[in-house]
Design a protein around this ligand. Structure first.
Ligand SMILES: [Zn+2]
Ligand SMILES: [Zn+2]
Length: 382
């Protein structure tokens, strides 16, 4: 059970009556550790703890408690700067945790984390800044996961309203994401025409920002393919899915090339990836959790589609590309058993790129094995 202390609202003057961290109602209990976070019920306190509070309780204690008066203006400025930096860091952390909950389908836990990030962002940037939108997006995804469509709509409307208020100053990376989430809500509401309209905006904005062939644009095409499939227009789905496979294929191949060239020896020697020592090249060859989850989800759907809809004539070329994407994905995740598995599924391949990559991967795995047996022998000799 969460540690709590009861709070009696009447004990506080009205102006500082404490509000529940989760629902905003008048609070009746307080986190006994930080003593600056309040709840209406045990249920909401537990939800907050599971989602985020446990991890940020000590930092909130420093950020929210009353600061002592500093006589010098310089000292005050330094302190304000330090507090702002702490808040910015906490916004990043809470969003990362919220996103991770979403990817792991822990939508209940994602909401408190996203709410915490939203509150901090409002505090730092003010209530109408585009900087709040990433929090609204996580909240909308979690609500959609919980099938709370009206709630999802509320959060996305907030995001859209914020974009409108910026009079087209919002970055296309953000507006494309808002449009994509809107499309997902429309799909859940079975309004496919509306979904297609949102996706057209998503693809336009994302192409503008990332370039037309970038994998970040692929998510829009992928959803559009799904929409046409739901409308039973498989010929459109077919061509969109082919495009999506191609985009991921290029992206993963690029990652593979930079990974094998720049960090294979580190992996062979079992060196840990030290965040501080990373240069840009190693960083760019890494898959972040979000991208890895998106790649998996997309490729699984594409594979299932190709296996189901081949009309007696499976498209070997397409299947090969998908299995090759999986091979690289597992390789980047260092899951070498799955690498072999998916590589064995590539059949009669005469796509030159796949041959090259396979050779590269096999050579790496061979080096890895030799290095391992060498180390084992050395250990036995010592
Ligand atoms: Zn509450
Ligand atoms: Zn606390």
């Amino acid at each position: 059970m969460a540690t709590a202390e009861l709070v009696y609202p009447l004990a506080f003057p009205k102006s500082i009556a404490h509000k529940c961290e989760i629902c905003g109602k008048t609070a009746s209990r307080m986190c006994a550790k930080c003593r600056v976070t309040f709840y209406c019920s045990e249920e909401h306190q537990i939800a907050d703890n599971v989602g985020i509070h446990d991890k940020i309780c000590p930092t909130l204690a420093t950020l929210r408690s009353k600061q002592p008066f500093l006589p010098s203006e310089e000292e005050r400025r330094d302190r304000d700067h330090e507090i702002r930096e702490k808040k910015l860091h906490l916004i990043e952390v809470t969003r990362m945790i919220g996103e991770r909950h979403v990817f792991q389908n822990r939508y209940d836990a994602a909401i408190p984390a996203a709410l915490a990030s939203l509150k901090l962002a409002m505090d730092v940037y003010g209530p109408r800044s585009v900087e709040l939108i990433p929090s609204y997006l996580i909240l909308s995804e979690a609500s959609l996961g919980l099938k709370q469509l009206n709630q999802c709509w509320e959060y996305l409307s907030q995001a859209q309203y914020t974009v409108l208020q910026q009079q087209n100053q919002a970055p296309p990376a953000i507006t494309s994401q808002v449009a994509r989430n809107m499309a997902q809500l429309s799909i859940a509401r079975k309004d496919y025409d509306e979904a297609a309209r949102h996706l057209a905006n998503d693809i336009y904005d994302a192409s503008l920002y990332y370039g037309t062939e970038h994998y970040k644009v692929a998510g829009g095409y992928f959803l559009l393919g799904k929409v046409f499939k739901l409308m039973n227009r498989l010929e459109v789905t077919e061509s969109l899915y082919t495009q999506v496979t191609q985009m991921w294929y290029y992206h993963l191949r690029r990652l593979l090339q930079s990974r094998v060239v720049f960090s294979d020896m580190d992996a062979i020697l079992g060196k840990n990836d030290d965040e501080d020592e990373e240069d840009e090249t190693t960083k760019s060859s890494k898959l972040d959790l979000a991208t890895e989850a998106e790649a998996h989800n997309t490729l699984q759907t594409l594979l299932a589609y190709r296996l189901e809809n081949h009309h007696g004539n499976p498209m070997i070329q397409e299947l090969n590309k998908i299995y090759h994407c999986f091979t690289i994905l597992y390789f980047l995740a260092r899951d070498y058993i799955q690498v072999h598995d998916s590589m064995n599924k590539i059949k009669d391949c005469n796509v030159k790129e796949i041959d090259d990559d396979q050779q590269r991967i096999l050579k790496f795995l061979d080096q890895l094995n030799r290095m391992k047996s060498l180390m084992k022998r050395q250990q036995q000799e010592n």
